[in-house]
Design a protein around this ligand. Structure first.
Ligand code: URA
Length: 244
């Protein structure tokens, strides 16, 4: 389990974790008078540093501490909000990763009732690349929709339908199975846009409201058999594949 980043630390530790020199060498430099904190010369190692507020300079250059980047996937259960904080204190996805550093945040969002693959990171560049519309990362969903759709409805979903935020781009839609009693049909849908409630609104537009929705893949990254409510760290191969 990873520890959360402390907000205060010792001056020599702060400088050493930025990779400038070892902690021992940094202590020597502090005593030699090459370190300032918020513009003031500090000669004693051990001086407390607020990592969020203080500006540290070493030989006149700003020290930027190295941040350990974290990348993980959660299998989000229904009933959790995708937000970092809820004023009404309802369950949020952050509750499911509570023991991890509080610098991580969800990449994109899933609706309250949507389940499945949700990524978290503290790497802004990674989040930006995945979310930017020009990157068109494909997202795969399993959809359980009401009724039995005819080929015409499927064709319309594939071509694009009108939803309140505009016409949806062409999607890949596969009918997987019709429930025995004919009450629901299961589909696999691949989209690369991220309009609000897009899949639900697409199916509503063709007369088959969504009963259950689960995201199972982002790009080549699959949720696999990760149990609901659990998370796992991404491998470096998975991270570079998503960054490509
Ligand atoms: N489409 C939806 O309708 N909801 C989601 O959570 C994701 C995609």
């Amino acid at each position: 389990m990873k520890e959360s980043t402390p907000k205060t630390t010792r001056l020599e530790k702060y400088i050493a974790t930025s990779g400038i020199a070892s902690r021992r060498a940094v202590k020597k430099s502090i005593r030699a008078g090459v370190v300032t904190v918020n513009g003031e010369s500090i000669l004693v190692p051990g001086h407390p540093i607020n990592v969020e507020m203080d500006t540290v300079e070493f030989e006149g250059k700003r020290v930027e501490p190295l941040v350990e980047h974290i990348y993980l996937m959660l299998n989000k259960p229904a009933g959790y909000l995708t937000t970092r904080r809820d004023e009404r204190r309802r369950p949020t996805v952050m509750d499911l990763v509570a023991e991890l550093p509080d610098t991580i945040y969800p990449v994109g969002r899933l609706d309250l009732e949507t389940e499945g693959l949700l990524l978290f990171t503290n790497d802004g560049d990674f989040a930006y690349r995945l979310l930017h519309p020009s990157h068109e990362v494909e997202k795969t969903y399993l959809v359980w929709a009401k009724g039995v759709s005819d080929d015409d409805a499927i064709q319309r979903l594939r071509q694009g339908v009108m939803i309140p935020s505009g016409t949806t781009a062409p999607a890949k839609v596969k009918r997987l199975r019709v429930n025995k009693d004919g009450a629901t049909t299961k589909f696999e849908v691949v989209i690369h846009e991220g309009k609000k409630r897009q899949v639900r609104l697409m199916f509503k537009a063709v007369g088959h409201p969504v009963i259950r929705l689960k995201r199972v893949q982002i790009g080549n990254l699959e949720l696999g058999n990760l149990p609901s409510g659990e998370y796992r760290f991404l491998t470096s191969a998975e991270i570079s594949e998503l960054m490509r």
